[in-house]
Design a protein around this ligand. Structure first.
Ligand SMILES: C[S@@+](CC[C@H](N)C(=O)[O-])C[C@H]1O[C@@H](n2cnc3c(N)ncnc32)[C@H](O)[C@@H]1O
Length: 264
């Protein structure tokens, strides 16, 4: 379904609502350094959309390079305008958009590959996801780390809409269907603008909701030597504090977002 918004507004609102490239890049660099005693240099951002993470990555170090991979020329064109164009001339040379499929074999290896905003949920069967994780494993160097995020909890399987104010804008995250047999689900993002007009189905998603345990098993099967599950700290007001640390026991919250790192 086509959104009624112009492209610039659509991506601007999306990024304001669901992206935080600064904290995601800091998270990956920090944990890579803790694991390997050095900062990572080469990033492959799978399902990169506008490549906001890749652009942030090359800002962090004069040696860092990033390749953002996405099938769709629309977010890539928006990303060039919104992010890449604002980089310094030298940083521009270190960030490349690749219009292509994450399942393709690439000629380079990366220190870090990331798949964020749950994008790999498009792979709905174990063989499909295993084949993607194997491609990721092949695309990483000797000390490579694969970072992915996911969400879960009983609330995430209910047909409900969460809403959040972002300045004058209201962001809606709607679970439109959930099949308990296959774990297939559909979600949509809507916005209400400052004048009160609602823009429906600006982004829609047709996914499988994977669990941490399933993902870690598939990472092992794909050849990763180990994986780390990260769980968010408590803000003591019933919410998360934005600080993710390795954990094997998570509080059974109604809704949560988590990260996993797969190590070569
Ligand atoms: C949920 S968006 C995520 C964008 C961005 N990573 C973010 O964090 O907001 C998913 C993106 O994956 C892209 N995509 C879907 N299937 C793909 C594939 N097989 N290979 C490359 N990109 C794909 C879509 O074009 C879309 O831009």
């Amino acid at each position: 379904m086509k959104s009624d918004l112009d492209l610039k507004t659509k991506y601007d609102w999306y990024e304001r609502a669901v992206q935080n490239p600064e904290s995601e890049v800091d998270f990956m660099r920090t944990w890579f350094k803790k694991l390997h005693g050095r900062f990572p240099l080469v990033l492959r951002e799978d399902f990169c959309g506008t490549g906001a993470i890749s652009c942030q990555w090359v800002r962090k170090s004069a040696e860092a390079t990033a390749i953002g991979v996405d099938l769709d020329p629309e977010p890539i064109a928006m990303g060039k305008e919104r992010h890449w164009s604002k980089l310094s001339p030298t940083a521009k040379k270190r960030m490349t958009y690749l219009e292509g499929n994450v399942l393709e074999k690439h000629k380079f290896t990366a220190d870090v590959i990331c798949a964020f905003n749950f994008s790999y949920f498009i792979f709905k069967t174990r063989p499909q996801l295993l084949s993607y994780f194997k491609k990721v494993r092949q695309g990483l160097g000797k000390q490579g780390v694969f970072f992915l995020d996911l969400f879960g909890g009983p609330e995430s399987q209910k047909i409900v809409t969460d809403k959040r104010k972002i300045g004058g804008l209201t962001y809606y995250w709607e679970c439109q269907s959930f099949n308990p047999i296959t774990a297939e689900c559909t979600f949509a993002i809507h916005f209400r603008d400052a004048k009160g007009k609602k823009h429906e189905n600006v982004f829609t998603y047709d996914w499988r909701l994977w669990t941490i345990a399933e993902l870690r098993e598939i990472l092992t099967e794909a050849g990763f030597s180990r994986s780390i599950a990260f769980w968010e700290g408590d803000d003591e007001k019933g919410g998360g504090d934005g600080n993710y640390t390795p954990s094997e026991i998570g509080e059974n919250c109604d809704a949560w977002v988590s990260y996993i790192a797969g190590l070569v």
